[in-house]
Design a protein around this ligand. Structure first.
Ligand code: SF4
Length: 324
């Protein structure tokens, strides 16, 4: 079927400037998690079970499925004594207990920066603090972090707040012994506002020295800010369930700049780039560079492009692998 835009744009040969955010794409926690799955497959052979999507990216998940990885949401789906990998988002204590009950051999691909938040929660709980978790309801990282406090615990309380309205509604039994932690992939600016509201309501509240938002989330958010003044469209390469990709998307949209989240290049529509002169491309921490390159190829098929990399922070973080 004829495409209304494709021939017109091809003939015009207008040059589109594409600039690429830096840093973008895979972070150290995602690289580590994928490597853990690949090494486990190499050592023990297929099938290997992974609790939840190891990272939130459709392309990565489909590639691993083809290699023999089975992703499950419940450990009951796994035959006894099999290997199970816990995803980069981390798991609750209840999941760890359940895996022991089923004699599963667990390998932990939780990002070390999420594990750090788990440690904070456990310490605060041991010190009998009420804990406020800032995060998105239902996100596996939030479930894993909140699940560090066992549900039957009588002395400890953990509450979730997603926004300032939740802070306003919050009621805690001891406002003098209260603390907060956060999901690692939130918007820096929105989280700061929530922390300020918490501090305003509970002046004695304590929190981490620096916030819990990870370096990769912060760096990608800083990098996308550089696109605000020069671009009339920004593509965020990432999947719909990727928290940090969605935060990048929100940031661009908040500036009234067109923004599109894309992880499947077959969905690309040439009308998106009609009349655009300057396009930015960034990618969430779980999106592989190959998808960015495929997106560029799609645009190149339609029009001439000039490509530049925006200078940004060079990331050098590497996390050690666990014993497999
Ligand atoms: Fe770890 Fe941050 Fe990457 Fe999540 S986004 S895996 S917390 S480094």
């Amino acid at each position: 079927m004829a495409n209304n835009y494709y021939p017109k744009l091809t003939m015009s040969k207008e040059m589109i400037n594409i600039s690429l955010a830096n840093p973008r794409g895979f972070c150290a926690g995602v690289e580590r998690a994928i490597l853990i799955v690949e090494k486990t497959l190499e050592k023990y052979g297929a099938p290997i079970y992974v609790h939840h999507e190891v990272v939130h990216n459709k392309f990565v998940i489909n590639e691993l499925k083809e290699k023999g990885v089975i992703f499950v949401e419940s450990l009951k789906e796994i035959p006894n004594s099999s290997h199970v990998i816990f995803s980069a988002h981390g798991v609750s204590k209840a999941i760890v207990k359940e895996s022991n009950k089923f004699n599963l051999i667990s390998i932990d691909a939780t990002c070390p920066l999420v594990t750090k938040v788990h440690r904070e929660v456990n310490k605060l709980s041991n010190d009998e603090y009420t804990i406020i978790m800032i995060g998105h309801k239902g996100h596996p990282e939030v479930e894993g972090t909140m699940g560090q406090i066992e549900k039957n615990s009588l002395t400890n309380q953990i509450h979730l707040v997603e926004n300032i309205e939740d802070v306003n509604k919050l009621k805690v039994s001891n406002p003098n012994k209260i603390s907060y932690v956060s999901q690692t992939t939130l918007s820096i600016d929105d989280t700061k506002k929530i922390i300020d509201a918490l501090k305003n309501k509970y002046p004695l509240i304590v929190g981490p020295k620096s916030n819990d938002i990870c370096y990769a989330t912060q760096n990608r958010q800083e990098a996308v800010k550089q696109m605000f003044s020069q671009h009339d469209l920004v593509f965020v390469v990432g999947s719909k369930n990727s928290s940090n990709s969605n935060r990048l998307l929100d940031m661009v949209k908040d500036k009234n700049i067109d923004a599109i989240l894309i992880d499947d290049m077959t969905q690309f529509q040439s009308k998106w780039i009609k009349n655009k002169k300057s396009i930015g491309i960034t990618a969430g921490a779980s999106a592989p560079e190959i998808l960015v390159q495929r997106l560029i190829q799609k645009i190149k098929k339609i029009t001439e492009v000039s490509i530049s990399e925006i200078k940004g922070i060079q990331e050098t973080t590497v996390f050690k692998l666990p014993k497999i």
